[in-house]
Design a protein around this ligand. Structure first.
Ligand code: ATP
Ligand code: MG
Length: 430
């Protein structure tokens, strides 16, 4: 091992010997005094060497360009000048790998880099405090999702990624050559999680990549996204919204508690409310109309109307329930007394849709009628519909977009910043 401790641990170890390893963040050479800021992913430690006090070979070795990979051993002592209040007095300083190419941008953040350049050199970008904070928070969100699903008694499943037919009935599919046949990358694990519940797996969850060949270029869409899904048997839309609320609040609480440092780095204050208000679609349309916004019942909300809604409501995190049937997917359960409306819901978090779901249609004849109403051919969905003919319980579920949730929790402007190697219309590398 090249290190005995991380920087964050060493900072609390005044008077003890440690070995640290990381990158040269900054160097300062005052002739008789040399400073190197050693950075690992937990923080920065100043290494201070004085001519005559530390061995000459240590002082010589400390003259390295920024981003050189180093390790240093020595004593941690209190310091009046170092920012952290402690510094390392080195007895050994080793170069583990030198720089042989110009580092494309400043890791210190002193000179802001363009997002495209940052993504081209993500392996350098991740060394910045901001980017690494985003991915630690993303990890916490994914972990907290799993944790809460397990607490709710759900079992994690792994559906396929290559499929024979469209799951959402849309045209926005990526084609792949599957031996002699044509196949597609999955748009959503929707049908598969339903099949698991029909199979008697009463509560299931999954974290899966989905692929959508949509040609848009927005700040909130990617062509490969990660979804966190839950599906529950013998459940209706109310049960599923309750579960979604519980999971999202658990995630926010976990991030607020476990990512204090990272949130501070990003300048974020996270509010973990104790509940999330619920509004029906119709209620929100009425509110818009009352406020003088021309919006017809049956339309989908645009970014602009969502902003208007947040102004009217005074908050931007809320559920929208009971949508018009015609704007939702065919598998959304229509209301029995008013089939124009279905038991579907979205969660808007800080003004952005981060989750969608519905109570599903579990009656095969209704499913056929719904497919036909959407101009889809029921025979293309035969394997799916057949599953509903052999004992399908009522069920409901939802999907949270991990990328969008990370984006909003971190207060990022562009979804690409929340994804390690984002895939959009033009970006396929690295
Ligand atoms: P939108 O209407 O915003 O395009 P959608 O309604 O088509 O999204 P769903 O099918 O409901 O998306 O997917 C569930 C969740 O997955 C969304 O709420 C969102 O958080 C996320 N998601 C969907 N599509 C994308 C995408 N192209 N890029 C990033 N995240 C996405
Ligand atoms: Mg949606």
């Amino acid at each position: 091992m090249h290190r005995t401790h991380y920087v964050s641990e060493a900072k609390k170890m005044v008077g003890q010997r440690v070995a640290l390893a990381g990158w040269v963040h900054e160097v300062r050479d005052l002739g008789k005094l040399k400073f190197v800021q050693l950075r690992d992913w937990t923080g920065i430690m100043q290494i201070t060497a004085k001519a005559g006090r530390e061995p000459k070979e240590v002082l010589d070795a400390m003259s390295q360009p920024k981003e050189t990979v180093i390790s240093a051993e020595g004593l941690v002592q209190e310091s009046k000048i170092a920012e952290a209040g402690v510094e390392l007095i080195p007895s050994k300083f080793t170069v583990l790998n030198s720089i042989t190419k110009k580092v494309p941008f400043e890791v210190t953040g002193k000179v802001p880099a363009d997002l495209d350049v940052r993504l081209d050199f993500r392996y350098v970008d991740l060394r910045t405090a901001g980017a690494s904070a985003v991915f630690k928070i993303r990890s916490e969100i994914a972990q907290a999702f799993r944790e809460k699903c397990r607490m709710l008694g759900a079992v994690e499943l792994h559906p396929p990624t290559i499929v024979e037919a469209a799951t959402e009935g849309g045209a926005d599919l990526f084609r792949v050559q599957y031996f002699e046949k044509e196949a597609f990358l999955v748009q959503s694990p929707q049908l598969y999680k339903q099949l698991a519940v029909i199979g008697g797996m009463d509560k299931v969850y999954m974290t899966v990549p989905v692929f959508r060949a949509e040609k848009h270029n927005t700040l909130t869409h990617l062509n490969e996204a990660l979804q966190m899904d839950l599906e529950m048997g013998f459940a209706d839309h109310r049960d599923a919204v309750d579960a979604l609320e519980a999971v999202v609040l658990h995630i926010l609480k976990r991030v607020a508690k476990n990512c204090e440092e990272e949130l501070k780095t990003l300048g974020r204050e996270l509010h973990a409310p104790s509940s999330i208000p619920r509004h029906t679609y119709t209620e929100l349309v009425e509110k818009l109309n009352e406020a003088g916004v021309a919006f017809g019942w049956g339309e989908d909300f645009s970014r602009e109307t969502e902003e208007k809604l947040a102004q009217i409501l005074g908050y931007s995190t809320y559920f929208i329930t009971e949508w018009p049937t015609r704007v939702r997917a065919f598998y959304s359960m229509p209301d029995e007394s008013n089939p124009e409306v279905c038991h579907a819901y979205d969660l808007n978090y800080e003004g952005l849709e981060i989750s969608s779901g519905a109570q599903r249609v579990h009656k095969p004849d209704l499913l056929v009628r719904q497919l036909e109403a959407k101009n889809l051919n029921p025979s293309d969905f035969e394997f799916y519909i057949n599953a509903f003919r052999v004992g399908a319980p009522p069920h409901a579920g939802w999907s949270i977009g991990l990328d969008r949730m990370t984006m909003k929790v971190c207060g990022l402007r562009n979804i690409r910043e929340a994804v390690l190697f984002p895939r959009d219309r033009t970006r396929l590398r690295p």
